[in-house]
Every structure is written in structure tokens, then in C-alpha cells.
Design a protein around this ligand. Structure first.
Ligand code: DOR
Ligand code: ZN
Length: 337
């Protein structure tokens, strides 16, 4: 059995910088037609020059693969219309992090008052630039995303023309919001479709599954699976693949992030097949995103075949999701990659 995916897209990807970028970029660029590139570098990507330079470094790292980079800026309150008018030539969206909520987010937002955010949000709304949000409060870790819901409601109502993407949703309450506000959308990761908190901390602690937002309850995973498997038009795939060196994961103070880009397509095939939904995978992995973000991706066909795939224990110093396990689907080597 085979499936060919047309221009698979990853709408939330951390490619990092420096040696890590060089080590991991091709695990995305070989198999995806494009990706939204997260700006949480050190320092964060906040200027047009930084966007252009970072894009060049990615281009070098992907070594000729045809792979479109949808670049982003790190949200700041003070981006005015004129700056964003120029920036929109180089970026696809802007990513908002609450200050300190996850890796390299210290320069994020600390006030969620509309008055404090409106300079940038009004300009984005006028220019049609989507706002991508890491939606967590600093409350109790299992409640953070649900608590953030009132902020989503506030900005969705205050800026009805602004497209707001709730990134990497993990909580069933976020799905309810999708139905209530026309301008709310969401990305869903691979890991949140597979795991619950039990997989992370129910037995021996699994640092390579530790991420933000933390995986939640079974009923949350069910709700995410439901919208993903039916390829609900307001959701698209965003891996949130977030590599960290082994020394930062297997350490006192484990960094948050699951490295999933290399295994994402085989694992999604397995999941969608198991739930008799393979026919919907094309929409979840590409077609929905084309509509939501108004993009026409480069043409790239990626074929997967139902053949056992043993996931390596390590890829260039990073441990991938499903390390050492076997998946039912693999990339079709016969067509090359
Ligand atoms: O687990 C995560 N890792 N969640 C994020 O939001 C950021 C990411 C990272 O950059 O490592
Ligand atoms: Zn992320």
C-alpha cells in the first residue's frame, strides 16, 4: 500500500540556528514542501534584516532541497504599520509568546491588555498578517491553555479581521473556541495526537516527550484526534518539532520540545490508517493550510509506503520521537528523497 502526499506543509517548525540548524534542517526539507519557521532564536527574530539573514542560513543548511520557508517575526508591541508593510514582503506571520512561557520566550508579551497590543495587532489586521499564538498562562501547568482561552476570546472579538492561530492546541476547550469565533484557527502537533501526560510522566519520566504545552488527558487527545482525522478545515498540521541536544534533554532541568519532523509523515500515515481516515490526510497535511494561510505551496510529491520503519535512536545528536520503535509506514526510497 502507498500514499502520495502533495506538497506536505509543516505550519509550526523550530529549525534553530548554527550547528543545530545544519544538523536537523534536512529532516524537514527533504520531506516537506514548506514550513512556518519559528522566530524564538537567541536573540529573537525582530527585524527585517534578521529575517533575511536567518532565511539565508536556512537556505544553506537545506543544501538545495526545494523547501519554502514561511518566515515569522517575534511579536513586539511596537511594530507599527509602516514597518509591517515592509516586513510583509519577507514574512508570513507573527508569533506571540507570553513572556517566559517556553524556550527563548523571555522577550515575549507580559501584558495582555488590548491597549498594549493594539499598535501591532491593528496593523496586522489591516495587512492580513496572521497572528500565531503560544496560548498558555502561567497558572497550573495542566490548566494553562484553558485559562488562556479568555485572551483568545478577547483578541478574536477586538480584531474580527485578524486571523489568529492557536498554536499546538492540547486541550479540548480550545476546540470549542474554534467553533465560536470565525477568525480563530489552530495547528495540531504529531505528539499531541499520540501521547497524554501518562506517556510523559505516568511511568519512568520520558524527557524526550516533555514539551510545552504539556500533553494532557485522554479526553483532550480524543478531541484533538477527532478534528485532525476528519481534517476539520480550521486546523492544519504544525509539528512544533523542537530539537534540543541530548545533553539539554537528559539533564537536571530538561528543555521542552519533541523532535518529530523526520517521523511525522510516517507516523501520521500510521495514525490516519489505523482510524480509517487516510483519505483525509492530504487535507490535514496541506490543503487546509493553503486555505487558512492563503498560500500556494511549491509542488512536491512525497510518497510513503506501508513498510516497517525502524526509527533511529539518535539523529545527528538529537533523539527523535519514537526512537528505537517501529512504525508501519516509511518513505518510499524507490523514488529517492
Ligand atoms: O516544547 C516546546 N518547545 N514548546 C515550545 O513552545 C517551544 C519549543 C522550543 O522552542 O523548544
Ligand atoms: Zn513551537
Amino acid at each position: 500500500m502507498k500514499i502520495t502526499l502533495h506538497s506536505p506543509l509543516d505550519m509550526h517548525l523550530h529549525l534553530r540556528d548554527g550547528d543545530m540548524l545544519k544538523s536537523i534542517a534536512r529532516y524537514s526539507s527533504r520531506y516537506f514542501a514548506g514550513a512556518i519557521i519559528m522566530p524564538n532564536l537567541v536573540p529573537p527574530v525582530t527585524t527585517i534584516e534578521q529575517v533575511i539573514e536567518y532565511d539565508k542560513r536556512i537556505e544553506e543548511a537545506i543544501d538545495g532541497d526545494s523547501f519554502e520557508r514561511y518566515m515569522t517575526l517575534f511579536f513586539k508591541n511596537s511594530y507599527g504599520y509602516d514597518f509591517l508593510k515592509e516586513a510583509e514582503k519577507y514574512i508570513k506571520a507573527i508569533k506571540l509568546y507570553p513572556s517566559g512561557i517556553t524556550t527563548n520566550s523571555e522577550g515575549g508579551v507580559s501584558s495582555f491588555e488590548i491597549d498594549d497590543l493594539k499598535e501591532t495587532l491593528e496593523a496586522m489586521s489591516e495587512l492580513g498578517l496572521p497572528l500565531l499564538v503560544h496560548g498558555e498562562t502561567n497558572g497550573f501547568v495542566m490548566d494553562r491553555e484553558r485559562e488562556f482561552g479568555s485572551f483568545y476570546e478577547k483578541i478574536a472579538s477586538a480584531f474580527p479581521k485578524l486571523k489568529i492561530v492557536m498554536e499546538h492546541i492540547t486541550d479540548r476547550h480550545s476546540i470549542k473556541l474554534l467553533n465560536e469565533y470565525e477568525n480563530l484557527y489552530a495547528t495540531i502537533t504529531l505528539h499531541h495526537l499520540y501521547i497524554t501526560l501518562d506517556d510523559v510522566a505516568g511511568g519512568l519520566l520520558k524527557p524526550h516527550l516533555f514539551c510545552k504545552p504539556i500533553a494532557k488527558r485522554y479526553e483532550d487527545r480524543e478531541a484533538l484526534l477527532d478534528v485532525a482525522l476528519k481534517a476539520y478545515p480550521k486546523v492544519s498540521f504544525g509539528s512544533d518539532s523542537a530539537p534540543h541536544p541530548i545533553s539539554s534533554k537528559e539533564s537536571l532541568g530538561c528543555a521542552a520540545g519533541v523532535f518529530s519532523s523526520f517521523v511525522a509523515l510516517p507516523a501520521l500515515c500510521e495514525l490516519f490508517e489505523k482510524h480509517n481516515s487516510l483519505d483525509n490526510l492530504q487535507k490535514f497535511i496541506s490543503d487546509n493550510a493553503r486555505e487558512i494561510y492563503d498560500i500556494v505551496p511549491i509542488k512536491k510529491e512525497v510518497t510513503l509506503v506501508k513498510k516497517e520503519f525502524e526509527v533511529p535512536k539518535e539523529l545527528n545528536g538529537v533523539v527523535p520521537m519514537f526512537y528505537g520503535e517501529k512504525l508501519d509506514w516509511s518513505y518510499d526510497e524507490s523514488i529517492g528523497s
